[in-house]
Design a protein around this ligand. Structure first.
Ligand SMILES: NC(=O)c1ccc[n+]([C@@H]2O[C@H](COP(=O)([O-])OP(=O)(O)OC[C@H]3O[C@@H](n4cnc5c(N)ncnc54)[C@H](OP(=O)(O)O)[C@@H]3O)[C@@H](O)[C@H]2O)c1
Length: 357
């Protein structure tokens, strides 16, 4: 691909295998706008989920404008201010936030906050939760920069799910079954819960990933999707945390535990077969949208922020001991990285970090 000053990677919404590099003229900024240079971002099944479900009731394709029929895949990453027409935001400042797979991203009328800014672009304000429009000042770069880049977008989900699980145990529940146990979200949940008295944490994953997940020693039991019926059922209340999004697997877990299932939280959609609509099961599974959960947990816990950041630091330290980062540089390599993520080709001990240059 030729060298371009500004570009977008766009995908036909109905064919995620065909990335197209689209050059873009850097239009002059209006008052109040800033131009962000996209420095570094991670790609995980989270981004594949944004793309696969982009036309669903979670309309991720609408986040960033693209030609008709195409979409720009949202990613979370570090940006630096390349140009500013906002009095409170200076060129060179670095932030972490939600951006497209592009060289640059223009944010309209940013409202400056204590530790960053809040994007007020009307297109995004119409449908997106404020979580996706909050840009926080980036951390100082250190040896764990890549790992933090991978885990930061997943941490709110992992932290709020861990809190849900702790509440389940405090409420007399014992068993928690987590699907897509090899996902970074699932492992980050499990890593926080090591040592929680009274919890039996069961991970369910593809049979060829059972060995790796079991070896991390953060779940009490790990089984393949084809061995759910071997999980010991003791009649005590069960919480299901579904990260795979596959009705077949979720149905098998509900069928195995029967009336003991107290709650079933739909957290993720890693499998290509995933659908957004909650399946007809008893009890009715419910969508667990972590930004909303975070809001509710903050309301009852004024120590939430400090605790979350402490746990995040400890989790990044723990995960960095085994998670290998694969670096991809430039748009062509980014497209190849997304293809591999979408196809589920990465090892569970690998993560992708992309840099523009
Ligand atoms: N609810 C929320 O607010 C919230 C917030 C953050 C993330 N999420 C969601 O959580 C999920 C996990 O994200 P993540 O970043 O942790 O993912 P990840 O680490 O990239 O997950 C990788 C795992 O997903 C499964 N997988 C991925 N692609 C696959 C494919 N093509 N075929 C079959 N299995 C595949 C495999 O696990 P197994 O073999 O173990 O199934 C694989 O090891 C995403 O769907 C994301 O959108 C939700």
């Amino acid at each position: 691909m030729p060298h371009l000053a500004e570009w977008d990677l766009v995908y036909p919404r109905n064919d995620l295998s065909r990335a197209r590099l689209r050059p873009r003229a850097g239009d002059p900024l209006r008052d109040g706008q800033i131009r962000l240079s996209v420095e570094k971002f991670a790609l995980t099944a989270n981004n594949a989920t944004y793309a696969r479900l982009g036309d669903s009731e979670l309309p991720f394709w609408e986040a960033f404008p693209a030609p008709t029929g195409y979409g720009r895949i949202p990613v979370w990453g570090t940006v630096s201010v390349a140009e500013s027409r906002h009095p409170a935001i200076a060129v060179g400042e670095r932030f972490f936030g939600y951006v497209p797979m592009s060289s640059h991203h223009v944010v309209e009328v940013p409202q400056s906050t204590e530790d960053g800014f809040f994007d007020l672009t009307p297109q995004r304000a119409d449908f997106m939760h404020p979580w996706y429009r909050t840009y926080r000042r980036a951390w100082e770069v250190d040896d764990l920069d890549d790992h933090r880049t991978v885990l930061r977008p997943l941490f709110t989900a992992a932290f709020t799910v861990a809190n849900l699980i702790a509440a389940h145990v405090a409420d007399g529940g014992r068993t928690v079954v987590v699907t897509s146990a090899s996902s970074k979200t699932a492992i980050t949940v499990a890593t926080q819960l090591v040592g929680l008295v009274g919890l039996r944490l069961v991970g369910v994953t593809a049979s060829h990933r059972v060995g790796f997940v079991a070896g991390l020693d953060v779940f009490d039991t790990v089984v393949g999707y084809d061995a759910v019926d071997t999980i010991q059922a003791d009649g005590k209340p069960v919480l299901v945390v579904d990260i795979a999004g596959d009705i077949k697997h979720l149905g098998a877990i509900h069928a195995h535990f029967g009336g003991a299932v107290r709650d079933s939280a739909l957290v993720g959609y890693t499998h290509p077969s995933a659908v957004i609509d909650p399946p007809e099961l008893t009890p009715q599974p419910r969508i667990f949208f972590s930004p909303h959960q975070e809001e509710m947990q903050r309301e009852v816990d004024d120590g939430y922020e400090g605790r979350a950041r402490r746990v995040e630091r400890a989790t990044v330290d723990a995960v960095a001991r085994w998670l290998k980062v694969r670096r991809f540089k430039g748009p062509k390599a980014m497209a190849e990285a997304f293809r591999a993520v979408l196809a589920g080709e990465l090892g569970p001990d690998e993560a992708v970090v992309c840099t523009r240059k």
